[in-house]
Write a protein that binds this ligand. Structure first.
Ligand code: GLA
Length: 381
């Protein structure tokens, strides 16, 4: 963190002179509750110790001048709708500005330099970290922190919907804004009621194994999953699949496609798994937590079909090594698995996963031990 901060300070001073204010926000993990957020269900995420950090200062113009250290690219854009930049990363920042303005908030021109260590394409929501870092900063700098945290999360989500083409749920941005050190958040995505759960599993580590593969699939498969769910909800006459159960689903089986049936089946089953995991965690019952994680993987792989060969392979290796729980995490189609690993088998499991994955796919996966940390914040005066 300190190294990143120094680098940002240096680049900012070189580019714009003087200094601005430093802000950061975090990527996230999700213990369980995948593809449930846009179905009004429950999720169980937490912010992690991987951040996007930005130094920002108002520049008195109607223009934003932003430099990305990691991409080594400088972009300027205005604040009107027609000023949208074409660079993908800059659209996240522009989108946040526009979403603040649309809500009646104030945004003036600013200079910014940012960097990060949230792995890209790993399913850790680097984009939500970027959005919530800037949403938090614009609220602090131009709006006297009058925009509440729920709205900050929705500003990030609106950015994805309206400027980045991803019809995502609220989980990533919520975790990134509300994240609290040492705590997971059980979030009801329909009411946005949420509860912090202290998370420090005694005798276990949470480990991410990043396949470093990203299958760019045509036709936005994430959005298509969401459409399937919405079609089934409509056939059932409910607002979202949150209000459905298997009996209801089976009753309309002949009216919907087999594909939609299995998508909805996964979502309905996942809803109960999240609550079961929260209960088990309170009792320190990690065995149940782990079993549910494996069930989620199976559902995501076979019914929801968002896994891929590499992630199924990592899941098999986890099971064979006696890892308590393992599953694909995030939107899918690549990225990482999240693993609940007993301390005593940690090193052996990681070594085996690296070796066998490299033999099969020609490169080692990346491994991250997860530390649950704070979300969006200001880190300097
Ligand atoms: C992505 C989306 C989230 C959520 C997950 C799947 O991370 O941004 O809203 O739907 O996929 O759980």
């Amino acid at each position: 963190m300190e190294e990143m901060q120094e680098k940002i300070r240096k680049v900012f001073a070189e580019r714009f002179g003087g200094e601005g204010t430093l802000y950061a926000s975090a990527g996230r993990i999700n213990l369980i509750g995948e593809h449930t957020d846009y179905n009004g269900g429950f999720v169980f995420p937490g912010a992690i110790d991987k951040v996007i950090m930005a130094e920002i200062r108002s520049n008195g113009m109607q223009k934003c001048r932003v430099f990305s250290i990691d991409i080594n690219q400088y972009v300027e854009f205005g604040l009107r709708e027609e000023d949208a930049p074409k660079e993908g990363w800059a659209r996240y920042i522009f989108g946040v500005c526009r979403e603040v303005i649309k809500r009646g908030g104030t945004v003036e021109g600013f200079d910014a330099v940012f960097a990060g260590n949230v792995p890209l394409g790993a399913g850790l929501s680097s984009s939500a970290a970027l959005e919530s870092c800037f949403a938090f900063a614009l609220n602090d700098m131009f709006n006297g922190n009058s925009i509440d945290k729920f709205e900050l999360a929705k500003i990030g989500q609106g950015t994805e919907h309206n400027y980045c083409g991803v019809n995502c749920g609220i989980m990533d941005q919520f975790a990134s804004v509300f994240g609290k050190k040492g705590n997971l958040i059980r979030l009801d995505c329909r009411s946005l009621e949420h509860e912090y759960f202290p998370f420090d599993p005694d005798g276990y580590k949470l480990v991410l194994i990043d396949s470093v593969v990203k299958h760019e699939l045509k036709d936005s498969p994430y959005n298509r999953r969401r459409e399937s769910c919405e079609r089934v909800a409509k056939a059932l006459g409910v607002e979202t699949l949150r209000d459905a159960d298997m009996k209801m689903l089976d009753a309309v089986k002949s009216e919907i496609t087999a594909e939609d049936y299995f998508r909805a089946k996964y979502v309905i089953e996942e809803k109960d798994r999240v609550l079961a995991v929260c209960d088990a965690l309170l009792k320190g019952d990690y065995k149940t937590v782990g079993e549910k994680m494996y069930e989620t993987h199976r559902g995501l792989s076979k019914d929801y079909e968002v896994s891929c060969e590499e992630l199924d392979f990592l899941n098999d290796i986890a099971r064979e090594n006696g890892v308590t729980g393992s599953r694909i995490m995030g939107g899918g189609f690549g990225g990482c698995t999240i693993n609940l690993v007993p301390d005593e088998i940690h090193d052996r499991f990681i070594a085996d996963a690296k070796k066998r994955f490299a033999e099969k796919y020609g490169h080692e996966p990346k491994v991250y031990d997860v530390i649950i940390s704070d979300g969006a914040r200001r880190i300097s005066e």
